[in-house]
Design a protein around this ligand. Structure first.
Ligand code: SF4
Length: 654
């Protein structure tokens, strides 16, 4: 009798979680038939992502089954690559690691492990691995809102982001340099619900963003002037005595020095510097004075400057003086601490190695200048610094100077192109792991929906196999489910277990919906700390334009489908800038910065400020280094972040 044909098997649904470098960590349902994923859609059983995915998520199967995905270990051979077995690849890595550790010490190995995968097993096993190795040189700091995190640490003692479910209680939103409609799409339904109930929304941004289009008020300020604007608004609140005196008296520290700082600036000077009218600044002050609870958001706009941390602190202070801290519908939101309460105690007992750090925002320079010992070998996973870090020319020089570079990747990225060995890794559809989010408080699982494609392996398994070769005993051993159970131990006591997470995502029971509702700040003083000193950035002259490239719906940092990579870069400038410089729309020119130059086509756009050059898209065909080849390696004042907006450019004829 003929048995059932494979095609007779009914499709089956599996739950998983998108773990890409995005705040939303969407719950996903993947439908599998005959070993192939045929559908990938949002899971409605999630309190925030509620069954919808972004367009990149909806198209994820194209990326998953892309013929260009890396499926086998590749070793460089001449100008090309040869496929080798995992056994050969891992033996080679182990041999190189031992060699460089013995010859030059563990710090001769550079480790770059950034944020491309938001799952916990590779993070924890990676830290254990390098600790048992004896240490390494870690690329620390980051390319995102590090300055904002550092600012909130100083002011609140932790992050003050409200969970999206609380936004429905807001009466107003003031959004400082954050394109929520693109980068936090799952906050929008909550914001829209509040707006339907009468809340108003203001966007403050040098760029006419998607959020600006949706706003009730848009203030197109001079790039890098958010801090001064926050001072101006605060000055008006102080003059009108429209501040929360009870909160200031009982729960803050440093107010008098902050007040002196604010009063040392004249409103007329501020208006000129931020390029708004006095009436516009008064309008923002009116909102802070009269629309309570008011939710303030900040993002990369103010954070990406060499005084970005101070500018975020000034916006924090505005939220504090207006009495919007610790109340439902208020807050000063950047990123959520979604992993609160996980058991990570296994890291505390790990051996102390001889580690040191260099900075990711100036990676190229730091690799080339690091001595005693110099960097010899590199390990890069969850990161594509040859495209994502500033001054990519220098980054490539630095990475190319290493004697042996290993890159763990899903695709042949700009960084993988520089490697001696590329190890192919899995996606969230081929791995069991735990995922938290930085855009909400929900926890989910990634599940092995299908067996790993080709010979791909999880980042965690790669560390485990190498640990075996390097003699680290049982330190990294264990099935993924056992690791997840360990992470969840404290939450299991509150009913959040692995078994329950298999059914659907759950809200982290340790998370606060409204941070600091008890007014217990985790600062040394136990109070909200006011910033007391500020140096506004210089306003550049000499005809330079501020280089800006914003995030778009189809790109996730350097991750983009081949079909979505545009043919060429387009530089948008104000038509007046074209006329002044006698250039015409459509003309090809060089955009030049101190870091590099890029050939672009000019487009006239009235919505672009006259002091800005908007280079979107940030990546284009045949040049995967994109906009970052123009960006210089400036650092933020605190947090070791990249001051990505600090670069000035000009353009010249071909
Ligand atoms: S990229 Fe972000 S918004 Fe898109 S599906 Fe993944 S988690 Fe959701």
């Amino acid at each position: 009798m003929e048995g059932p044909k494979s095609s007779d098997h009914p499709p089956k649904d599996y739950r998983t979680t998108c773990n890409r470098d995005c705040p939303d960590s969407c719950a996903v349902i993947a439908t599998v038939k005959d070993g192939k994923i045929i559908k990938h859609k949002g899971d409605p059983e999630h309190g925030v992502t509620r069954g919808f995915l972004c367009s990149r998520g909806n198209d994820y199967l194209k990326r998953f089954y892309d013929p260009q995905r890396l499926l086998y270990p590749l070793r460089r051979k001449g100008n090309g690559w040869e496929r080798i077995s995992w056994g050969e690849a891992l033996d080679l890595v182990a041999e190189k690691l031992k060699y460089y550790r013995d010859a030059y010490g563990p710090r001769s190995v550079l480790v770059v492990n950034y944020s491309a995968i938001h799952s916990w097993i590779p993070r924890v096993l990676g830290r254990l691995f390098w600790s048992h190795f004896g240490g390494a040189t870690f690329a620390s700091g980051g390319l995102s809102v590090e300055a904002a995190h550092a600012a909130q640490q100083l002011d609140f003692g932790g992050d003050c982001t409200h969970e999206p479910e609380d936004l429905v209680h807001s009466k107003a939103f003031v959004i400082w340099g954050k394109n929520v409609a693109v980068t936090r799409q799952h906050w929008m339904p909550f914001i829209n619900q509040a707006r339907k109930a009468g809340a108003l929304l203001a966007a403050i941004d040098p760029v006419y963003s998607e959020m600006a289009r949706k706003a009730d008020r848009f203030y197109q300020i001079r790039p890098g002037s958010d801090g001064l604007l926050a001072i101006g608004v605060s000055r008006l609140l102080l003059e009108r005595q429209a501040v929360d005196e009870g909160f200031i008296a009982d729960h803050t520290h440093g107010f008098e020095a902050y007040r002196q700082l604010v009063l040392s600036y004249r409103l007329e000077d501020i208006a000129k510097a931020v390029d708004l009218s006095l009436d516009q600044i008064k309008e923002i002050a009116d909102w802070y004075a009269t629309r309570k609870p008011l939710a303030t958001f900040t993002g990369l706009g103010p954070a990406y400057w060499s005084n970005g941390g101070a500018m975020i602190r000034l916006v924090d202070a505005l939220a504090a003086v207006s009495g919007n801290i610790g109340i439902s519908g208020g807050g000063m939101s950047t990123d959520i601490e979604g992993a609160k309460g996980l058991n990570l105690s296994m890291l505390r007992g790990a051996p102390k190695g001889q580690s040191r750090r260099i900075l990711l925002p100036r990676l190229g320079e730091d690799i080339l200048n690091t001595k005693d010992p110099a960097l010899k070998m590199g390990w890069i996973a969850g990161a594509n610094p040859a495209s994502s870090a500033p001054d990519t020319g220098r980054v490539q020089e630095g990475l190319s100077s290493l004697e042996f570079l290993v890159v763990v990747e899903q695709f042949m990225s700009a960084t993988a192109e520089l490697a001696h060995l590329v190890l192919p890794c899995t996606t969230y559809l081929e791995m069991d792991d735990l995922v938290t989010a930085y855009g909400h408080n929900w926890i989910g699982l990634t599940n092995r929906v299908v067996p790993p494609l080709g010979e791909t392996k999880t980042d965690g398994e790669i560390f485990q196999l190498l640990a075996g070769r390097l003699g680290f005993g049982q330190a990294l051993a264990g099935e993924p489910r056992a690791w997840i159970q360990k992470f969840l131990e404290p939450m299991a006591r509150e009913g959040l277990t692995l078994e329950r997470l298999k059914e659907k995502a759950y809200r982290n029971p340790n998370a606060a919906s409204v941070p600091f509702a008890d007014r217990k700040f985790r600062t040394p003083s136990g109070k909200f700390e006011f910033i007391t000193q500020f140096t506004p950035g210089p306003i550049p002259g000499n005809g330079g334009l501020h280089l800006v490239a914003t995030k778009t719906l189809r790109m996730l940092n350097s991750q983009v489908l081949p079909e979505d990579v545009p043919e060429e870069p387009i530089a948008r400038v104000n038509p007046a800038v074209l006329a002044e410089r006698e250039f015409s729309e459509g003309q090809k020119v060089w955009v030049v910065s101190k870091a590099g130059k890029v050939r672009v086509r000019l487009a006239a756009d009235e919505k672009v400020r006259r002091d800005v050059l908007l280079l979107n898209p940030a990546l284009w065909r045949g040049d995967l280094n994109g906009v970052n080849q123009l960006r210089e390696s400036f650092l933020t004042d605190i947090g070791d972040g990249a001051a990505m907006h600090q670069t000035m450019v000009t353009f010249t004829a071909e």
